[in-house]
Write a protein that binds this ligand. Sequence first.
Ligand code: ATP
Length: 281
Amino acid sequence: VLRKFTTKLNEKNLKTEEVIGEGEFGVVSKGYLEIDGKERTVAVKNLRSGLSAKLRRDFLAEASVMGQFKDPNVISLHGVIVKRHTVKIVMEFMSNGSMDQYLLKNNGKLTILQLLGMARGIASGMNYLSGRNFIHRDLAARNILVDENLSCKVSDFGLTREICQTSNYETSGGKIPIRWTAPEVIKYKKSFISSDVWSYGVVLWEIMSFGQRPYWEWDNFRVLQEIEIGYRLPAPLKCPKTVHSLMLHCWEKARSDRPTFLHILDKLDEWIRSPETIHHS
Ligand code: ATP
């Protein structure tokens, strides 16, 4: 599964330090990687031992997808270390961790313009991915990482798929993050770039509400039912009306009525450049 653009790193150039997180495949540690004589801070995903061959393949497939991307708003891969019993993925380090946790910790402490700046970064990263015909399929605040400048990057490519031009990807079961997923994906098991746009609307809601859980404590069944009869998440506290309108636009039932990532990016740029165009009520 490792394609030619996945750099193999030499383990002796890597020093790992404390554990900073834990994911599906194992722990994530902070580390330092020497590249061309310079030391860089990195994050290292370690594959837990004793996992099946399939999970090991999935883990490397994610690195292989990540290795193809080069964009300021998409997490970049430094390379992988593959030995008989260990596999490590080395990527850029994001000091503020995952966005959902970051927002909860900073509840009420960020300005509308800072929040829109974060949303802009994600739209730009998604515009890059969609331009390369990749569907992310798991876009959510928990899968966005934040660096020390509040710059946001799209990460977690475990469900990401490459599609042919204007085509779609047929899912074959597996876990679906219901609250973030467009109705057509759940109903017809088909994902499109416009289904990522639906999820982006939910991420925008998570940002403007400082990391609240979409649809609160409702169970998945209720979420599906309410969406089907036309319910949509309300504007979070202090969220400008124009920003909520953009969310509603992402949640159009008909895929073709939703905006493109380029359109979303243009809107956010306009609001950030001219805040007087943001309507509050
Ligand atoms: P989940 O997304 O549910 O946490 P996962 O398997 O996708 O599970 P990862 O995204 O691999 O988990 O990472 C787990 C945690 O490690 C993240 O939530 C984040 O706090 C931290 N982390 C992951 N990658 C980085 C990174 N590049 N820089 C800094 N922290 C990171």
